[in-house]
Design a protein around this ligand. Sequence first.
Ligand code: G
Ligand code: G
Ligand code: MN
Ligand code: NA
Length: 253
Amino acid sequence: LKLQSALYGALEENALYLMYQPKLDLVTRKTLGVEALLRWNDPILGQISPGVFIPVAEKIGLIYDIGLWVLETACLQGMRWLAEGKPFGRIAVNVAGQQLQRSSFVEDVKRILAQTGLPATCLELEVTESVMMHNPDVAIRDLKLLGDLGIELSVDDFGTGYSSLNYLKKLPIHKLKIDQSFVRDIPFDTNNTAIAKAVIALGHALKLEIVAEGVETQAQAEFLTQNLCDQAQGYLFSRPLLPVDVEAFLAKA
Ligand code: G
Ligand code: G
Ligand code: MN
Ligand code: NA
């Protein structure tokens, strides 16, 4: 309850901020983009993890407004980097299922792109399989509209949700992100090794790019590269960074 009331204040009081984690091409090791990750530093409660407060924001119906703030802040940051001649590839923003269910979402994305000036081709949206749980036809239609603008679309945490392959083949998406729970202990965990290979094969068969999340070791990166995974993200390459540190990372990459 304390968390709920503090969260209402967080949006107004500048207690939310974004960190950005690079995503790299596994072969060239070039940075292809950065994922915006929401952080909350409450003056009284301290640092609260999004794994804790995002479910609360969903429960109290605040996720839509928080999501718009995240999108606008990320687009403004992207524009700043473009203006400063610091090419970052695409900026990826996480979208909660409840955001996509709102009928105004596509218009809100268009408006924020227009207001900030960020080209749609510099934006990526990460959705989870849960977008298909309610009204899949609407989700498919809206994702198609967003994709037609030039936005890249990824399925986040792939393999942890409930979506059937029947839905997956209908989703107008470009990328699958293998959830970090399946990347853990590769190449030693034989189940995860098999799952990672299978997801890469499935994704490629559907003409999707594959991104591995939570890559922490060289052995994981080597295994994923050998098995033709396209991109990776994780502490091996970089932790989530403040904008100034992203600039340093891009400069030395
Ligand atoms: O950054 P971290 O690993 O602590 O994130 C924990 C969870 O919070 C992840 O599932 C991540 O996708 C989610 N998350 C982080 N930032 C955002 C955001 O801006 N919007 C939404 N909906 N989820 C986010
Ligand atoms: O659900 P989503 O994939 O958006 O969540 C990303 C979360 O994973 C972020 O909270 C980020 O801090 C975390 N993360 C990113 N890289 C790694 C990593 O290499 N190891 C672990 N354990 N967590 C990571
Ligand atoms: Mn994500
Ligand atoms: Na994920």
